[in-house]
Design a protein around this ligand. Structure first.
Ligand code: C5P
Length: 232
C-alpha cells in the first residue's frame, strides 16, 4: 500500500479550493473533500477536482440503514473517487452493504475505510451519551475488527492508534491518520498530535493534513515538507 499525504481541503467554496490547488502547478496532491465543501458545491466539485488529475478521498462518513448506504455508495462510486468512508457504528451488515454498493461492474471499487469512534468522543462522553462502558481503546479495536470482517480496507484513526490497529487487524489493513502537526507548528484544536515523521515511524499508511498546509504562508513548501518527512 503506497504511503501518501492527503491534503484536507476544508474550504467552503469551489473558488477557494481552486485558488489553493492552483498553487501546486504541476503537482497533483491526493486531496480530501469533506462534508462542508461537498454540501456547498455538490458532486460537481468532485468531478472538477478529479478532472484536474487529483486522487480524491471523499470524507462523508455514511451511517444509515444498509439499503440506503448501499445505494448511496453506488452513486459515490460512479463519481470515481479513490477513497471514501462510513461509520463502523452502522454495524457489520451496513458495512457489507456499502461494499456491495461501491463495487463497480468490472469488480473495481474505491478504497473503503471506517470511522471507529470519532477522536472528538472521549471515554466519558462514550459512557454517558452512548452507554458504551468498555475502555475506548477496546471499542476502537473492536470496530476496526468489524470493519475488517465486513471486507473494508482500513480505518481512520489517531496516529497514536495506528500501530495497535495494525497489530489487531494485520499490516495490510490501512490506517488513515489525521491529527498531524509539524514539530515547530501550531497544534490548533487538535489534542493528540504527531509529526509526519513520527506517523511514518509508527506505521500510518496515509496522513491527512489540513491547516499545517492550507494555512501555511507557503502551502506548497509545507506539503513538500510533509511528503519528505512521511514518504521518503
Ligand atoms: O486542519 P487539520 O490538519 O486539523 O485537519 C484534519 C482533517 O482531518 C480535518 O478535515 C478533520 O475534519 C479530519 N479529521 C480529524 N480527526 C478525525 C477525523 C477526521 O481531524 N478523527
Amino acid at each position: 500500500m503506497g504511503k501518501d499525504v492527503i491534503i484536507a481541503c476544508d474550504f467552503s467554496s469551489a473558488e477557494d479550493t481552486f485558488k489553493f490547488l492552483d498553487k501546486f502547478s504541476g503537482r497533483k496532491p491526493f486531496v480530501k473533500i469533506g462534508m462542508e465543501l461537498f454540501y456547498a458545491e455538490g458532486p460537481s466539485i468532485v468531478k472538477e477536482i478529479k478532472a484536474r488529475g487529483h486522487k480524491i478521498f471523499l470524507d462523508l462518513k455514511l451511517h444509515d440503514i444498509p439499503n440506503t448506504v448501499k445505494k448511496s455508495m453506488s452513486v459515490l462510486s460512479r463519481l470515481d473517487v479513490d477513497m471514501t468512508n462510513l461509520h463502523a457504528a452502522g454495524t457489520v451488515r451496513m458495512m457489507e452493504a456499502a461494499i456491495e454498493g461501491l463495487t463497480r461492474e468490472d469488480g473495481t471499487r474505491p478504497i473503503l475505510i471506517a470511522v471507529t469512534q470519532l477522536t472528538s468522543t472521549d471515554q466519558e462522553s462514550m459512557e454517558k451519551d452512548l452507554l458504551i462502558n468498555e475502555p475506548i481503546d477496546k471499542v476502537v479495536m473492536h470496530y476496526a475488527s468489524n470493519a475488517k470482517a465486513a471486507g473494508l480496507d482500513g480505518v481512520v484513526c489517531s496516529p497514536l492508534e495506528a500501530e495497535k490497529v495494525h497489530n489487531t487487524c494485520g499490516k495490510d489493513f490501512i490506517t488513515v491518520t489525521p491529527g498531524v502537526r509539524f514539530a515547530d507548528g501550531d497544534i490548533g484544536d487538535q489534542k493528540r498530535v504527531m509529526t509526519p515523521a513520527a506517523a511514518k515511524e509508527i506505521g500510518s499508511d496515509y496522513i491527512v493534513v489540513g491547516r499545517p498546509i492550507t494555512a501555511a504562508a507557503d502551502p506548497v513548501a509545507a506539503y513538500e515538507r510533509c511528503v519528505k518527512e512521511f514518504c521518503d
